[in-house]
Ligand binder design. Structure first.
Ligand code: GUN
Length: 294
């Protein structure tokens, strides 16, 4: 059994990105600039955005955090997005999700200019991804592809079962694994809350990608021997520790890892890859921006 080590892999990717940025600086070029918009005070979202901003600093990017109150109206957020779309200094930006209930998420994501949409959530970019065109791939799915690629996990002709159809992970993952090329060329089954007999389906899978958010959902008896297990779950489970919680994945790691050929741990698997790939998308955005507008 091989652990798909997201901590080490993301560190390697960040070092590669930093080397690119160092070259840009040496050539007197502008470095990539990422902005992150956060609305409200959700603890997990603040932690994620803080990590994204710190990661930018470490690789030498510029970063801007835009913090808006929980009471922000949809119009106010759309105005902020318009400013970021028009700000030539910013190469890419993200709107951290979830948004408060008074704001229509889909409307907001559609307002982000596709060239600056480093999360890959705009329908134009999602459509391009589905059509095998070059685009921004959402960071978590992109991170999973990168792990599969760097560890040489075979995907061609394999049966990949994706659990969960969220717009951020499950849905794009189901598209990417069935695309032509590597990673891809899988036969994909997308399962969700209305799926019947899920054990019957997961136990036929060569690759299981679980993005459900239910701690320890995937048990050893639900997977076959030598399956590849990708755990995207990051649920905060309250405990008596100083932090008050610990992070738990969707997979019963202790037992499932005994059967798996490759498996991602939680924490330290897919999670760290998300930030590395957001940086990668921002680097790509800067490069495209430079070619288009100097
Ligand atoms: N909330 C949970 N995951 C993500 C993500 O990848 N991007 C953004 N913007 N918000 C999120």
């Amino acid at each position: 059994m091989t652990i798909l080590d997201g901590r080490k892999t993301s560190k390697d990717i960040k070092e590669e990105i930093k080397a690119e940025v160092d070259k840009m600086k040496a050539n007197g070029e502008k470095v990539p600039h990422l902005a992150a918009v956060i609305v409200g005070n959700d603890g997990a979202s603040l932690t994620y955005v803080g990590s994204k901003v710190r990661a930018c600093e470490r690789v030498g990017f510029e970063s801007t955090m835009v913090r808006l109150p929980n009471t922000t109206s949809e119009i106010e957020l759309l105005d902020t997005i318009e400013e970021l779309n028009n700000n030539d200094d910013i190469d890419g930006f993200i709107i951290q999700l979830p948004l408060p209930p008074q704001i229509n998420t889909q409307k907001v994501l559609m307002a982000v200019h596709p060239d600056k949409d480093v999360d890959g959530f705009h329908p134009t970019n999602f459509g391009k991804m589905s059509l095998d065109m070059s685009t921004f791939i959402p960071a978590t799915p992109f991170g999973i592809l990168e792990l599969i690629d760097r560890y040489g996990v075979e995907t061609k002709g394999k049966h990949t079962v994706v659990i969960g159809r969220s717009h951020i992970v499950g849905r794009p993952m189901s598209i990417l694994m069935g695309r032509k090329g590597f990673p891809g060329n899988s036969t994909v089954t997308l399962t969700h809350s209305h799926t019947k007999n899920i054990t019957q389906i997961t136990s036929q899978a060569d690759i299981v990608i679980s993005a459900l958010g239910i701690p320890n959902f995937l048990k050893a008896e639900m997977v076959k021997d030598d399956a590849v297990i990708i755990d995207v779950g990051i649920t905060r489970v309250p405990d008596d520790s100083e932090k008050g919680y610990h992070i738990t994945g969707d997979v019963d790691f202790e037992n499932v890892s005994k059967k798996a050929s490759f498996i991602t741990p939680v924490p330290g698997g897919v999670g760290p890859m998300t930030i590395a790939m957001l940086l990668k998308n921002t680097l790509i955005a800067r490069e495209r921006h430079r070619k288009n507008r100097g």
